[in-house]
Ligand binder design. Sequence first.
Ligand code: ADP
Ligand code: AMP
Length: 217
Amino acid sequence: MNIILMGPPGAGKGTQAKKISEELGLAHVSTGDLFRNALRSMNEFGVKANAYMEKGELVPDSLTNEMLLDHLEKNKDAMAAGFILDGYPRNVDQAEHLANVILPKLGTKIDAVLNIAVPSQKLITRLSGRRTCRDCGTSFHVEFNPPKVEGVCDNCGGELYQRADENETAVAKRLDTYDQATRPLIEYYANKGELTEINGDQSMDKVFADIKESLKG
Ligand code: ADP
Ligand code: AMP
């Protein structure tokens, strides 16, 4: 099963993708994580993407599409049960590229498109309190999902940090970029009859229960 997980920054895509991946054995593919890991290893994708990410802008489609295909092709074995796309596609051109180039190349298809909806005014609180593990990418929240030991990842013991694009200016730009470029994808997939709406304004466990229920259908 292959799933697209959509939603604004801070909606809970990463949090839910991790739970789905553990429950169903699907590979979690976050283009944001791929860019951050690429930057850490000073790989060309990360170095080129960094200036856009710091400003809260989208990385150009050509670079993003190439990086994603490269990752999916190199990790085919880990995708045997399927994958969850988190943070991709982020505009209509990427959605078309996914449908017309990437999926045919991999010989596979998308089985579910889930949109996690959260009221805009709650996103800033979620993003400003987010703490992310440097090693495994798991996200915590200082108030809503605190780690057992402050600054330490429950999952792998890695160091928790605040992302470089989590400052006030970059967050505002990311939310604006979402409204301009990514929000239209809701209508794009709804018009194709492929979209399932998930209420993300509930506890993490309830959101997860709703996602599992929707995948049964
Ligand atoms: P995204 O991947 O969509 O940007 P995350 O999964 O990283 O979002 O979640 C953003 C922040 O909100 C994190 O700090 C996370 O712990 C917190 N969070 C996620 N889901 C919920 C929820 N249902 N209620 C409250 N906070 C949440
Ligand atoms: P995320 O971790 O999903 O919040 O993404 C962090 C940043 O990475 C975004 O603000 C973009 O700069 C970049 N990025 C991630 N995914 C994409 C994508 N599909 N298209 C363009 N830029 C992306």
